[in-house]
Design a protein around this ligand. Structure first.
Ligand code: ARG
Length: 399
């Protein structure tokens, strides 16, 4: 049997041509692996068949939607994960689950290598290869677009010459990546950061200016995980899908940023992540009710570090694992309900309650029933400001 390579297959032009291109350049048999992370669009069976028609010896489809939601999106939600405070890591979260299946499939089929369709300019190449290196260090990674000089022009010619059954979507000037956590749109006229996004870029969200009346939703969390919407229990995947529809209708979660890629390039990106952004806002709100001040403050730093690691392709690293343990521990009491208003592009919490709430009415109230002993505040402030007083005296003496 000749050597085998397992290719992360999307069904698009690059990876379809990549099958023959890889075989020609390396002599290896190509196994296509399509991982369903809720990208929607095409039927996965059509994608499976297309890989065979393009010359794959085997074509596998894996439904990883629940695994993606449970093991990747929920940790991100517990971490309130936003890279550079804005980007909910849509693509960065899908690469480690796809890579996991690449490595498992390669091992199961005795392949010596894996392949992906990324260029040499982005983050995704790093994420695939760093994840595979961590999960199966014996495997080699090949990137036909980057290493075997498969350009888009060459891909189109190759597809025509070999009569490959590829829908020529050359019409779309954008590079799009999507999954159930959101959608990323790059290139085309967006490469000029002065150009405003246009309505046709969006698929998960409706125009927030459309003038729709507000909706209200109640999200129930257990230990940091959303488990029900409006009282109806559902899986993590269903919660995200449900919130995508509810918040997407009001144009929640549109993001337009210039982002710093790991490879040093600044890149203009448009994202839409309605469910993710609404859920993060709700989760943060519940934390503000249930997490102690010091712990919450420390966690904000951990969240930023966690987001950087995941953005940078280090999902399967020791530091990320240890931060997960910390974050999980912080979620012990993050249980309760958040009521949100969805309207005009915003998801705004308007109510919160929890059996584990740290909010104490009798301490907080300014009305009768106040149990807070205000006389204690004076002594507290004297001691609290004592170091400032002492150093101020020293400063005055020094002139
Ligand atoms: N810049 C984002 C990231 O690195 C999105 C990448 C999207 N990939 C794509 N092929 N359009 O996470």
């Amino acid at each position: 049997m000749s050597e085998r390579v397992v290719l992360a297959y999307s069904g698009g032009l690059d990876t379809s041509v990549g099958i023959g291109w890889l075989k020609d350049a390396t002599g290896k048999e190509v196994v296509a692996l399509a991982v369903d992370v809720g990208q929607g669009g095409e039927n996965m069976d059509d994608i499976r068949q297309r890989a065979l028609d393009c010359g794959a010896v085997e074509s596998i489809v894996i439904d990883a939607k629940d695994e993606f939601a449970d093991d990747f999106l929920m940790p991100a939600l517990k971490a309130n994960a936003l890279y550079q405070k804005r980007y909910p890591l849509v693509s960065a979260l899908s690469r480690p689950v796809i890579s996991r299946h690449l490595a498992l499939t390669a091992k199961a089929l005795g392949a010596d290598s894996v392949a992906h369709g990324c260029t040499g300019k982005g983050n995704d190449q790093v994420r695939f290869e760093a994840a595979v290196a961590a999960l199966a260090p014996e495997l080699t990674s090949i990137a036909p677009v980057r290493d075997l000089a498969l350009t888009r022009d060459k891909a189109i010619i190759y597809a025509e010459e070999h009569n490959l059954p590829i829908r020529q979507s050359a019409a779309s000037p954008y590079s799009i990546d999507k999954n159930v956590w959101g959608r990323a749109v790059e290139t085309g006229f967006l490469e000029d950061p002065w150009n405003a996004p246009i309505e046709e870029l969006y698929e998960y969200t409706s125009d927030p200016e459309a003038g729709l009346g507000a909706d209200e939703v109640i999200i129930t969390f257990e230990a940091g995980i959303p488990v029900a919407i409006d009282g109806v229990s559902m899986s993590a995947l269903a919660v995200v899908q449900h919130m995508n529809a509810l918040a997407g209708k009001h144009g929640v979660g549109r993001i337009d940023i210039v982002e710093d890629r790991l490879v040093g390039i600044k890149s203009r990106e448009v994202y839409e992540a309605p469910g993710a952004m609404a859920l993060i806002a709700a989760h943060e709100e519940l934390e503000s009710l249930t997490v102690e001040r010091d712990l919450g403050r420390y966690k904000r730093g951990v969240e930023a570090e966690w987001s950087n690691l995941v953005y940078d392709g280090l999902w399967y690293s020791g530091l990320k694992r240890s931060l997960d343990a910390f974050i999980d521990d912080t979620q012990r009491y993050v249980s309760g309900e958040i009521r949100m208003t969805l309207h005009g592009g915003r998801a705004v919490p308007t109510g919160r309650k929890s059996e584990q709430s740290l909010y104490d009415f009798s301490l907080a109230t300014y009305d009768t029933g106040d149990t807070f002993d205000q006389s204690l505040a004076k002594g507290f402030i004297d001691l609290w400001s004592l170091p400032s007083k002492i150093s101020a005296r020293r400063d005055a003496k020094q002139g």
